[in-house]
Write a protein that binds this ligand. Structure first.
Ligand SMILES: Cc1cc2nc3c(=O)[nH]c(=O)nc-3n(C[C@H](O)[C@H](O)[C@H](O)COP(=O)(O)OP(=O)(O)OC[C@H]3O[C@@H](n4cnc5c(N)ncnc54)[C@H](O)[C@@H]3O)c2cc1C
Length: 450
């Protein structure tokens, strides 16, 4: 007879003190009313939570840093949220050049801890994103052309599967699970509790840069950026943002793992376009440089709800794509964040074969995402439609989509997120979660038995 499972860890049912705080995600649009939250303090709490949920027929959602960008991913009405945020140990092994982190850590904390000891941890554009979710999706950011994606550095993991069994994966055992976790997306196979990454020495100093242009020059700047950024030194990462017509501008933020003089030389093609209104280039101690890149992004003060969509560019946008961009930027509300974001591709990411890990979209020149946001719930529908219609119009000029910046408007999304890796991912899913216990609106369904 199976013993009755009991919830352990910090358990918060609907109506308990702390429930409202527990259900606040970064994006208010993703907040739901789960039946219960379990804040796991140890792996055993995750085991108990999975067993309890299955015995009580309650849907499960794993949660790390609460930064999900679509609904019903890390929370669901009536469900059990297994929140790993208290699993936040960090063990750096300087000799072996590895770090083992609890999946509840936020990216910024890992960057800081490693940076203080002279090591690089790759990061994106927000320090408060959880390592729990960003890793299995890929993990893109300004260092990726040197370090690869966050998931390219994943060497091993610990996960609790649908039966409540703790399993480990590395190149030597359960290698298919490691493969799938390097790009297959969170919430698909089980609840990750530990990740082991390889790390590399940080330079003593690095150059950071920030440049802004008037909004009216966006077309010129994007055009030059698309010709320049994917082909410049792979030690240079560049994020280009274009805001809405109402109140927005064009801004570029980036990092170069080298001297200021070299950075200025490399930046010349982009600095000479249009009339920048502000140019900052600073050569800083590495840790300070990471702080420059990672402005504080506190979780509970975020007021804006968003609809994002994402893809990859294989070649520079043609004139027609700029018309789509302009239409979107003119229609975006203003007063709330909205716009386009580009990140240069190439280097370490493209040196890995598309089928070598679950992350397929390696041969692009740049990543692109756009988002529309709102405060009043009554504005949700039109902003969601704006972002999704823009996807339809941009479709001829982009490929794929990034699972960490998902869009539930995408139909038959598997091949869009995973390209030719989708069928293998379905097989891995069938092995580790044949009953599809871990599911969400766009999760990977198990392959059918033949
Ligand atoms: C402000 C902001 C900035 C961002 N910037 C970047 C960026 O620069 N680069 C980038 O690559 N992405 C970026 N993202 C996207 C981010 O990678 C994804 O939203 C990611 O899924 C967030 O992970 P999380 O743990 O914080 O979120 P959660 O909401 O906790 O989880 C997100 C998803 O991951 C799953 N998940 C989380 N933890 C676990 C776990 N332990 N086991 C199994 N599944 C788990 C959840 O079930 C859910 O499906 C950004 C998001 C935001 C909101």
């Amino acid at each position: 007879m199976t013993t009755k499972a009991k919830l352990t860890g910090r358990v918060i049912f609907r109506g308990d003190p702390g429930y409202e705080e527990a259900r606040k995600n970064w994006d208010p649009h993703t907040d739901r009313y789960p039946k219960v939250f379990v804040f796991a303090k140890r792996t055993a709490d995750v085991v108990n939570a999975i067993r309890w949920a299955r015995q009580n027929n309650v849907p499960i959602r794993p949660r790390g840093g609460r930064h999900a960008l679509e609904v019903n991913l890390s929370q669901v009405n009536g469900g059990l949220v297994i929140d790993v945020s208290n699993l936040n140990t960090i063990h750096l092994n300087k000799n072996k050049r590895t770090v083992v982190v609890g999946t509840g850590n936020r990216v910024g904390r890992i960057v800081n801890t490693l940076g203080r000891q002279g090591f690089i941890a790759p990061f994106g554009d927000s320090p408060s994103v959880g390592i729990g979710g960003i890793t299995p999706g890929g993990g893109i950011g300004p260092l990726q052309r040197t370090t690869g994606l966050i998931s390219d550095n994943l060497l091993a993991l610990e996960m609790v599967d649908a039966k409540g069994t703790v399993i480990r994966a590395s190149k030597k055992r359960n290698a298919d699970l490691l493969w799938a976790t390097r790009g297959g997306g969170g919430g698909n196979f089980g609840v990750y509790t530990k990740y082991k990454f390889k790390v590399r020495r940080a330079p003593v100093r690095a150059t950071v840069f920030q440049v802004t242009w008037p909004w009216e020059q966006f077309e010129k700047v994007v055009r030059r950026w698309q010709d320049w950024a994917p082909h410049t030194s792979t030690k240079l990462g560049s994020e280009l943002s274009v805001g809405p017509k109402k109140g927005g501008n064009v801004s570029m933020l980036g990092m170069y793992l080298g001297s200021k003089q070299e950075a200025l030389r490399l930046l010349q093609p982009i600095l000479s376009v249009g009339t920048p209104t502000q140019i900052t280039v600073r050569y800083l101690p590495y840790l300070k440089a990471t702080k420059f890149m990672l402005a504080p992004d506190p979780l509970l003060t975020q007021r804006f709800s968003n609809q994002f969509s994402s893809g990859f560019g294989k070649r520079p946008f043609p004139a027609r794509a700029y018309r789509v961009m302009r239409e979107f930027l003119e229609k975006a509300e203003g007063g709330t964040p909205a716009g386009f974001f580009f990140l240069n591709w190439g280097g370490a990411i493209s040196r890995i074969a598309p089928r070598a890990t679950a992350f397929y979209w390696r041969k692009a020149q740049y990543y692109v995402e756009w988002n529309s946001s709102w405060v009043k719930p009554s504005h949700a529908a039109r902003n969601i439609a704006l972002a999704r219609n823009t996807r339809k119009k941009l479709q001829p000029y982009i490929i794929g989509s990034y699972i960490n910046v998902p869009d539930q408007g995408i139909k038959c999304s598997g091949p869009v997120y995973y390209g030719k890796n989708y069928s293998r991912l379905r097989k891995v899913k069938a092995k580790y979660d044949p009953g599809n216990v871990f599911n969400n609106p766009q999760s990977i369904p198990p392959a059918k038995k033949r």
